[in-house]
Design a protein around this ligand. Structure first.
Ligand SMILES: *Cc1c(COP(=O)(O)O)cnc(C)c1O
Length: 394
């Protein structure tokens, strides 16, 4: 699955993150095949890279944007404004007015305060209310900050109608890198109950937004175990859930989904280098190997809070391995891949040797710092099919 990326990684002489655009396109096509009748809006915060947005837009994907700047970037990349919604429930008056000026007419909400602001600054807009989920089964729960109870969603959308807005839909987010199908089944049950309560109030929304949460296939957990999700069961639960909700609505219900990680994580990889492999005696008296890389939490691998990464050392195939703590280059002790975990790495690595970090295409460029400790933000490149075909596979 990584052949094209491997060729590009092998050809890269300096640190960079590489996005495999044909891989992302294939991933999008596969998702559309799995979920017929569900429109895809890429959660662009996962990879706000112009070339990625443009290739998805050419395939017909819309965008879930979270700020006026994201909206502008999506428009410039060629996403039609009618396929962009403001999916962040958190927005200031300035943000709402700017989005409205840019032409956006669909807004997420989860409170009456936000509804009143939208009514004042984006008159007549369509609003969809986010229903909170537990986030159980996900690596990142996204639970308390976003969404309201089902009962409150009825209050919020009723307030929207009374304020002259169009109560257009409901949304959920089951939590990022959601590993279970059960979370989806629960979400559909909750959505069904809220839709029924809305119908009792005479509010028939026209769509349900299923949010993000679809997992990536190639990630590891912090202890280095593969995070393998039951994708067939997850897609089956989504197909069954959408069918049930549509039937209950008499056939008049559309669906959106907002994948972020699922579309890009496995199709981005970092070419980094070894800073140094050391062996130190700690205060406890234990001797530990530490492998410091040129990239870490503040320049590409922010998600080490939950994830481990597959590492490859292309100049050290074979040879003796040592168990090391892997860490980034900065002076922050949080900048490690989990100091309680060991990764088997070649004992002979030297400073400067290339390291490939796989499955890190999601949330890598988005979370780059402006050179924390003076370590440059990683530049990115993209690989197209033609380039990879000409490149050498190591
Ligand atoms: C972050 C986010 C997403 C994407 O989440 P993934 O887990 O990366 O798929 C989708 N929708 C909203 C509203 C988000 O905030």
């Amino acid at each position: 699955m990584y052949e094209r990326l491997r060729s590009a990684l092998a050809a890269a002489a300096d640190d960079q993150i590489i996005f495999d655009l044909p891989g992302i396109e294939d991933q999008y096509d596969a998702l559309v095949r799995e979920l017929p009748g569900v429109a895809v809006r890429f959660a662009m915060k996962a990879c706000a890279v112009d070339e990625v947005l443009a290739c998805l837009a050419r395939r017909g994907a819309g965008v879930d944007a979270a700020s006026p700047n994201e909206i502008e970037q999506a428009l410039l990349a060629g996403v039609p404004v009618t396929q962009i919604h403001y999916g962040n429930t958190v927005k200031s008056d300035l943000n709402i007015a700017a989005a409205y000026r840019l032409g956006v007419r669909d807004f997420a909400t989860d409170s009456v305060e936000d509804v009143w602001a939208i009514a004042a600054l984006a008159p007549g807009a369509r609003v969809f209310c986010r229903v909170a989920t537990s986030g159980d089964g996900a690596l990142w729960r996204l639970s308390d900050k976003f969404g309201c109870s089902g009962a409150d969603a009825v209050v919020v959308l009723t307030a929207a109608r009374d304020a002259g807005l169009v109560p257009s839909g409901l949304s959920v987010h089951v939590g990022s890198q959601q590993m279970t199908a059960a979370a989806w089944r629960t979400a559909f049950e909750d959505l069904g109950a809220v839709l029924a309560a809305l119908r009792e109030r005479g509010i028939a929304v026209d769509h349900v937004n299923l949010g993000g949460g679809l997992p990536a296939a190639g990630c590891l957990d912090r202890s280095g175990r593969p995070l393998t999700a039951p994708m067939d069961e997850i897609f089956g639960a989504i197909r069954a859930g959408t069918r049930r909700l549509r039937d209950a609505a008499g056939g008049n219900l559309g669906f959106l989904i907002e994948p972020g990680r699922h579309l890009v994580a496995d199709h981005g990889a970092i070419r980094a280098h070894v800073a140094r492999l050391t062996r130190r005696e700690l205060r406890s008296g234990e001797r530990q190997h530490w492998l410091y890389l040129s990239c870490g939490k503040f320049n590409g691998l922010y998600e080490t809070d939950q994830l481990g990464y597959r590492l490859e050392f292309p100049s050290h195939r074979g040879g003796a391995l040592v168990a090391a703590v892997v860490a980034g280059p900065t002076c922050d002790s949080d900048d490690t891949f989990g100091s309680e975990h060991r990764v088997l790495v070649p004992g002979a690595v030297r400073s400067g040797d290339p390291v490939w970090v796989l499955s890190c295409g999601a949330y890598a460029t988005s979370y780059l710092t402006q050179g924390f400790n003076g370590f440059d933000p990683l530049p990115y490149t993209t690989v197209r099919g033609e380039l990879a075909a000409a490149g050498a596979t190591p």
